[in-house]
Design a binder for this molecule. Structure first.
Ligand code: ADE
Ligand code: ZN
Length: 340
């Protein structure tokens, strides 16, 4: 079997995927036309050519502009359904999907319009594609603590429809500690907790996400490599890192895939998972992230099995849900007999 076929055959969970980041230019244009929204681009081609980023902030500006095409429940449904269809082709059996309610409520879109559309797509994905999913509400860290608390109040009546909370957007200058109180309330509500940290921000932000927010997974986390004590802690506690290889190269966290540190982190015993982050903007869904990393870093098939296995182990599903996927994975391949 060729490498892409092997990658697609691995049952995998996707744990770091912003649903707004799956808005392909074609759908952006269709929705903008249908909704009477003006876009800052002349065409689909012009949109794609604008996707050349120098850092996280340069990407976020286009990502928030693109999201203005989304207005109605149906739009959120179609967006998520398109993602689930694409993910199914890549062997994704389970997805924990981030959404950014503040991006939409700030434009006057009701919180439950967003949630209803995403949730209905999740139900249909289960029924028609056999993919299970959960929704993780992300707070935008460039906004204030008050804004996050107001969003939490809007979410509270829907608490049972949301599986966890996360923290995204502009990292530098917005440390996790800014949201310590919000996350404390979220934990008291029984929500799972994750946070972006160590994408552009320093290792201190990863320590804060672990210590102050009690994050169960770290999104990105690649700058942990700069702090040996932090690496030891992440390895000891098997804290999952949701690494996004193509994103990291497109946002210039690493100059090229061959310089990415995910193999090193994996071989140090960290629970590394691979994910696609914002695939419509970075040009690669989950299997393409596996393939790009495998080719540039000479990952063995055993390491690819470990990465898939890590994603299943790091997901917030019950053991009953996880067991059949792990069994299927064992039939496809075995991890290398090294400490990864
Ligand atoms: N929002 C969408 N993608 C993001 C990323 N890679 N980092 C921070 N915020 C994001
Ligand atoms: Zn992200």
């Amino acid at each position: 079997m060729d490498l892409m076929g092997f990658i697609r055959s691995l049952p995998k969970a996707e744990l770091h995927l912003h649903i707004e980041g799956t808005l392909e230019p074609e759908m952006m244009f269709d929705l903008a036309r249908r909704n009477g929204v003006a876009l800052p681009y002349a065409s689909v081609e012009a949109t794609r050519s604008a996707y050349a980023f120098s850092d996280l902030q340069s990407f976020l500006e286009l990502y928030y502009a693109g999201a203005t095409a989304l207005l109605h429940e149906r739009d959120f449904y179609e967006l998520a359904m398109a993602y689930y269809c694409r993910a199914a082709e890549d062997g994704v059996v389970h997805a924990e999907v981030f959404f950014d309610p503040q991006t939409h409520t700030a434009r006057g879109i009701p919180f439950d319009t967003v949630l209803n559309g995403l949730e209905r797509a999740g139900r249909d994905a289960q029924e028609h594609l056999g993919i299970s999913s959960r929704l993780i509400l992300c707070f935008l860290r460039h906004l204030s603590e008050d804004d996050a608390f107001a969003t939490l109040e809007e979410a509270r009546p829907h608490r049972h429809r949301i599986h966890g909370v996360g923290l995204d957007s502009s990292e530098l200058g917005n440390p996790p500690a800014k949201f310590e109180r919000v996350f404390s309330v979220c934990r008291d509500l029984g929500l799972h907790v994750v946070a972006h940290a160590g994408e552009e921000g320093p290792p201190a932000y990863i320590w804060e996400a672990l210590g102050r927010l009690r994050a169960e997974r770290i999104d990105h986390g690649v700058r942990a490599v700069e702090d040996p004590a932090l690496l030891a802690r992440l390895a000891r506690d098997l804290v999952p890192l949701t690494v996004c290889p193509i994103s990291n190269v497109k946002l210039r966290v690493f100059p090229a895939m061959a310089q990415h540190n995910l193999k090193l982190l994996l071989e140090q015993g960290l629970r590394i998972t691979l994910n696609s982050d914002d695939p419509a903007y970075f040009g690669g869904y989950l299997a393409e992230n596996f393939l790009a990393a495998a080719e540039a870093l000479a990952l063995t098939r055993g390491q690819l099995v470990t990465l898939a296995r890590n994603s299943l182990l790091a997901s917030f599903v019950t053991e009953t849900e996880r067991a059949p996927w792990l069994q299927r994975l064992e039939q496809v391949g075995e991890p290398d007999p090294v400490p990864n």
